[in-house]
Design a protein around this ligand. Structure first.
Ligand SMILES: [Zn+2]
Length: 349
């Protein structure tokens, strides 16, 4: 809605309401000095005590005022036993963040701007934090700090390392090896979303095969892995080897999007299937593979020299993704040729 519609919010409030979701669009003609924005704080103040789900996307419209922050804290205190979902794109004070972390039934939390606590008070030392959290979304500005905080040795946040199953870091360019190393502590993740598109002038993907190897070892339950849309620069350090790590160690994967370099993909695949490296040998000879039927390469370029290289690449994909029948792409005739030969039959190494 637009800010001028906020005055109608009281008409929709009911004592039996369990979910409240408001997104306010920026409106340049809107005067933030008017009392319109107080309608929002008043609506939050009127939410019933059995309330469960709150979504407020209002910061872009300049509505994150002190009155709203105060009412959010009161609401968290009032509805503490029943709240299961929180999404507020306003930077909340430390006291509210502390309080939210002690909600016993909070299952999903989208932390758009707020930072993790710098310290815990002595009275918090024995309280288990985020005991029911399953899904956490962080933004580009706070993802690293939160990941470090939750992966740290605070005993009261220990539990979240095994309860968290979904982590969303989308629009975060800085998915660095250091951040990935922190994420590896959330050992039961089934969904990791760090989706972004690289800037036009350069590739922002900084991970290497070793990082994907560590990730695949640490998160064997992954079902959905989004590490950004592939651009056309072909400068990344990950290779086809990362695809083998993921498919062989995370057999439940149904979706993968990662960069991999294709400049010498045929040679990469040959060396992968000829190497005597015991770790790689064990994976390539094991029958365990994920069930991906469609693999997205988006803008990844692919140039192959002749039918022999095409055959090598086909055999590589057939081995790593035995159920693959479709390669989703934005461009590239060679990918089309590869899809056609994959459909005709399997090649086995
Ligand atoms: Zn890129």
């Amino acid at each position: 809605m637009y800010p001028t519609s906020l005055r109608f919010l009281p008409l929709f409030l009911s004592p039996r309401m369990t979910a409240f979701s408001v997104s306010v669009y920026p409106d340049t003609s809107f005067d933030t000095d008017t009392m319109e924005r107080d309608y929002l704080a008043a609506a939050v103040a009127a939410l019933p005590t059995s309330f469960r789900e709150l979504t407020l996307r209002v910061n872009a419209a300049g509505l994150g005022n002190d009155e709203l922050k105060k009412e959010v804290l009161h609401m968290i205190r009032r509805c503490g036993q029943t709240l299961t979902h929180l999404e507020i794109d306003v930077e909340l004070p430390a006291v509210t963040v502390h309080r939210a972390m002690r909600l016993p039934n909070l299952r999903t939390w989208k932390v758009h701007r707020s930072s993790p606590p710098a310290t815990f008070s002595p009275s918090s030392e024995t309280t288990t934090h985020l005991p029911a959290l399953r899904s956490l979304a962080l933004s580009a500005t706070n993802a690293y700090d939160w990941a470090v905080f939750l992966a740290s040795s605070y005993p009261t946040v220990d539990g979240v390392r095994s309860t968290l199953t979904e982590l969303n870091l989308s629009d975060n360019y800085a998915v660095t090896p250091t951040l990935i190393a922190q994420i590896c502590v959330f050992k039961n993740l089934t969904r990791l979303d760090a989706g972004y598109s690289c800037p036009k002038h350069e590739c922002a993907f900084t991970l290497a095969d070793d990082d994907l190897s560590r990730l695949s070892l640490a998160l064997p339950r992954l079902e959905w892995l989004m590490l950004g849309r592939q651009c056309d620069k072909n400068t990344c350090r990950t290779t086809f080897r990362s695809l083998l790590f993921l498919s062989a160690r995370c057999p439940k994967l149904a979706f993968i999007s990662i960069h991999f370099n294709t400049i010498q993909i045929a040679q990469d695949i040959k060396s992968l299937f000829e190497t005597e490296d015991s770790g790689v040998k064990e994976l390539r000879d094991s029958p365990t593979r994920c069930h991906i039927g469609t693999f997205s390469v988006y803008r990844t370029p692919l140039f192959l020299e002749g039918l022999e290289e095409l055959d090598v690449v086909k055999r590589g994909f057939s081995n790593v993704f035995p159920r693959l029948r479709e390669i989703a792409r934005r461009c590239g005739r060679t990918w089309q040729s590869l899809t056609e030969v994959l459909r005709k039959g399997k090649g086995l190494y």
